[in-house]
Design a protein around this ligand. Sequence first.
Ligand code: SAM
Length: 271
Amino acid sequence: MSENPTTPDSPVERTLPAPRDRGEPMFPGGPAADPAGSHHERRIRSFRPRRGRVTAGQGEALRRLWPQWGLDIDGLSRIDLGELFATEEGPRPGLPVILEIGFGMGEATVQMAAADPGTGILAADVHTPGQGNLLALAERNGLDNIRVANGDAIILLREMLAPASLSGVRVFFPDPWPKKRHHKRRLIQPEFVELAATRMKPGALLHCATDWEPYAEQMLEVLSASPAFENSQPDGGYTPRPDFRPLTKFEGQGLNKGHLVHDVIFRRNDT
Ligand SMILES: C[S@@+](CC[C@H](N)C(=O)[O-])C[C@H]1O[C@@H](n2cnc3c(N)ncnc32)[C@H](O)[C@@H]1O
């Protein structure tokens, strides 16, 4: 289940040559191989570092659009979100920004960004083909409100985003890590939730969705126990699937297997 999607965006496209030395950037001027690896502590991660097969179209998008819309999560500097989402007209101070963690191939990200052009979507993942796919989709759809962050979203939150800077956080179909010995890799844990809370504005929504029942229960339990959040559902349970969340690739795969999907939406408290 934690396999990343690697389907080429066109069956006739040629794949690029295999990766070379460890640590060497695959695309000069594009996303770095391990942007924060040398600066930060070793810690259990919620993802497997995997670059996957990059199609010619994705590679072209990475080379051409990364300098404009890409951000390496190197953990070395604080981001000015108004500057990050600047357009030809200049910076956009005050733009509401939502962080999406683990966008996969980015299809849902693009649909949500298109439906809400007045919100910036900071989309983070480690998956190189998905980064290229999302950049290409953003350009094809004429969207200037998506920025693609490469690396571990925990470092992005902890080191690079200012307190109370985010208008929302989305975590759609995070890797479920079903084996017991891997549960510690799950993203939605008390430490993550408390970190996210510090970076969210009062009233901002933390929206999670999963097709893995035990993980849905964990999400509900961890978020319900956090003093920083309150459930958007008065009955304290799952949120009915909201119309604004498009079907994601992993969700489709889960539904095909007969899995039930749960949305969990909590609001950041004022305190
Ligand atoms: C199961 S996939 C789901 C992708 C997409 N949301 C969907 O529903 O199709 C989970 C994604 O989260 C990414 N991911 C996991 N932990 C992450 C982290 N700490 N920072 C950034 N991305 C992460 C993985 O690389 C993977 O692409």
